[in-house]
Design a protein around this ligand. Structure first.
Ligand SMILES: Nc1ncnc2c1ncn2[C@@H]1O[C@H](COP(=O)(O)OP(=O)(O)OP(=O)(O)O)[C@@H](O)[C@H]1O
Ligand SMILES: [Mg+2]
Length: 321
């Protein structure tokens, strides 16, 4: 618009405002709303730039997923990530769903250190529920909300090679190797949605805690972030308050002292492994809050708990020469 045209538009606007004084406040309100929307978008820009092109691993827990309306907003969040060039990988749990099906079948459930003790019958239930129900539901939900998603388990294409985990846990595995090339291929076309079942070298299936799968995938793919969406606000410290930030050493001591208990143990353990593999940040956030993923990734307000590597003891704070 030329300066003359701008001046004409201004004069016209003044004339209209005088002719219709009641219209002015409403118009101002609309303008303010529009401006604040623009501000939000601009605020997100550095965060979008930071993550564009990089892998972000999102682990969504069974409890958070049980709330269907939130599951839909989760699908919108993943769609947004894809559209701004992030390469999301979704890993899901399904603890409550496996427990509920076990109950229906009269199979007892027990946990040791946050891991489900898995005999042959429980393994069958876990595979049926995680791969057959939760995985397919989640992949289809994402697809319906505009993000093509491919559901698979760690057994497909040998994605997750596992070995038995120590302790008398039965068919509980821990991840030995992630086929990153396979994930790279999948990410070209879609968002991989991974059910936490793996396979050993003999083809035996194992139930793996989904947090460990998420941590292993984040470490192997060089993810920029690892986000755990759970049914708590974040990590609670010794005094019961929310911990805003914790280092690797602090995470370890929270496990040792028993402050982190049950399902929180594999989260911290897997986050520590990922941070030691070069993942810059891990976040424990509340999956029950709508759009918590977008809030965490694209706004300056951090929510939940941020887990970070230990400070580098050789770092002086001075720029390297
Ligand atoms: N210090 C702690 N801070 C926060 N939560 C804790 C702590 N110690 C134990 N927890 C427990 O960890 C639970 C989260 O882990 P849980 O395994 O139940 O869920 P999830 O991993 O999100 O779901 P899924 O196991 O289905 O993937 C919380 O609900 C809480 O009860
Ligand atoms: Mg869990």
């Amino acid at each position: 618009m030329t300066p003359q045209a701008q001046a004409r538009a201004r004069t016209q606007a003044h004339a209209e405002a005088e002719a219709h004084p009641q219209a002015k406040p409403q118009e101002t309100q609309v303008r303010e709303r529009t401006r604040s929307k623009a501000r939000v978008l601009l605020e997100a820009l550095p965060f979008i730039e930071e993550h564009a092109g990089s892998v972000v691993v999102v682990k969504v827990g069974g409890a958070a997923m049980e709330q269907r309306p939130l599951a839909e907003t989760f699908a919108q969040d993943i769609s947004l990530l894809r559209h701004v060039g992030v390469r999301p990988v979704v890993v899901h749990g399904g603890g409550p769903q496996v427990t509920a099906m076990s109950e229906r079948l009269g199979i007892e459930t027990s946990f040791v250190g946050g891991h489900r003790v898995t005999d042959a019958a429980t393994l069958e239930v876990a595979r049926m529920v995680l791969v057959g129900l939760v995985n397919q539901d989640l992949a289809s939900l994402l697809t319906r909300h505009g993000t093509r998603a491919i559901g698979l388990s760690g057994m497909d294409g040998g994605l997750l090679r596992v070995r038995p985990r120590e302790g008398d846990l039965g068919f509980v595995g821990e991840v030995e190797r992630v086929d990153v090339a396979l994930l790279d291929h999948l990410m070209e076309a879609a968002v991989p949605v991974v059910a936490s079942v793996g396979v050993d070298e003999d083809g035996q299936a194992y139930n793996v805690n989904a947090d460990l799968v998420a941590g292993a995938i984040a470490g192997a793919t060089g993810a920029s972030k690892l986000v755990y969406l759970s049914d708590v606000t974040g990590l609670f410290g010794p005094d019961g308050g929310l911990v805003a930030e914790a280092t690797v050493t602090e995470c370890r001591s929270l496990i040792e002292t028993g402050v982190a208990d049950g399902g929180m143990i594999p989260k911290l353990e897997s986050a520590v492994a990922a941070l030691l593999h070069g993942v810059r940040r891990a976040h424990l956030i509340d999956g029950r809050i709508e759009h918590s993923l977008i809030l965490e990734l694209f706004t300056p307000e951090g929510i939940g708990t941020m887990l970070v590597p230990d400070p580098d003891p050789t770092a002086t704070g001075e720029p390297a020469l």
